[in-house]
Design a protein around this ligand. Structure first.
Ligand SMILES: Cc1cc2nc3c(=O)[nH]c(=O)nc-3n(C[C@H](O)[C@H](O)[C@H](O)COP(=O)(O)O)c2cc1C
Length: 215
């Protein structure tokens, strides 16, 4: 696939089909992701991929924990007030856009989130608990390369904080020590083609809203 086609094909899928992801595909996208640049080649990222019985156990816990869980994400979510006016405007636009798009089935998004978007595999992105901001940058770049490599192989994905809302359980279920934090999960699989939510596309700003080129 041409590079730009893979970039354009990738979008967040919120309802995956039951089709499994092959181990060969998983290893191929990890081989691409590890080519990501990092601060002084520090490569502080860690990746744990859950599928099969392991992921089913996590999914059951996620479905039953719901909103009542006392567990909180290890990387604090961005609060609207700390995003500045541009971020706030874009978040509101995205939220009203997706809510309008799903107005015929308003419960679908929450239902899909509760079941981890039905992903047959989730790649958990971890970084050392004592990390500099640059390690978060490196991890984000790693995740993007992973998703683009997935798109290149015909796989769909979604990066989601939803996957790391219950880190205590994840540490136990995936046998990860306290020296690493669960930063984000990336759901991997094949989109359910007839799911309305998968037809939604998030908009982007025009270049002149964020770009300056000075000669
Ligand atoms: C760090 C991060 C966390 C995200 N968490 C969620 C999430 O919990 N639930 C969700 O539905 N989408 C989540 N997303 C997906 C974004 O909503 C999505 O990337 C954005 O709206 C742009 O849409 P696109 O990915 O389809 O291009 C997350 C994306 C990022 C980068």
């Amino acid at each position: 696939m041409e590079f730009l086609d893979a970039v354009k094909k990738r979008h967040s899928v919120r309802d995956f089909s039951e089709r499994e992801v092959s181990r060969e595909d998983l290893l191929a996208i990890v081989d691409a992701a590890k080519l990501t640049p990092s601060w002084a080649n520090s490569q502080t990222w860690k990746l744990v991929i859950a599928s099969g019985q392991t992921l089913e156990k996590i999914r059951r816990h996620h479905e039953s924990a719901g909103q009542e869980s006392q567990d909180t994400p290890e990387v604090p979510p961005l609060h609207r007030d700390t995003m500045g006016p541009v971020g706030m405007k874009n978040v509101s636009g995205w939220m009203s856009g997706i809510n309008d798009f799903m107005s015929k089935d308003p419960q679908a998004m929450a239902k899909d989130a509760a079941s981890l978007y039905n992903a047959p595999a989730v790649a958990y992105l971890l970084m050392p608990r004592a990390s500099a901001l640059y390690s978060a940058y490196d991890l984000g770049a790693f995740g993007q390369t992973l998703m683009l490599a997935a798109a290149d192989r015909g796989l769909d994905s979604i990066p989601a904080m939803e996957y790391v809302l219950h880190p205590k359980f994840l540490h136990e279920a995936l046998d990860v020590g306290d020296d690493y934090v669960f930063a984000l999960g990336i759901g991997l699989g094949y989109e359910k083609e007839d799911a309305m939510i998968n037809q939604f596309r998030a908009s982007r700003m025009d270049n002149d809203e964020f770009l300056t080129i000075k000669d």
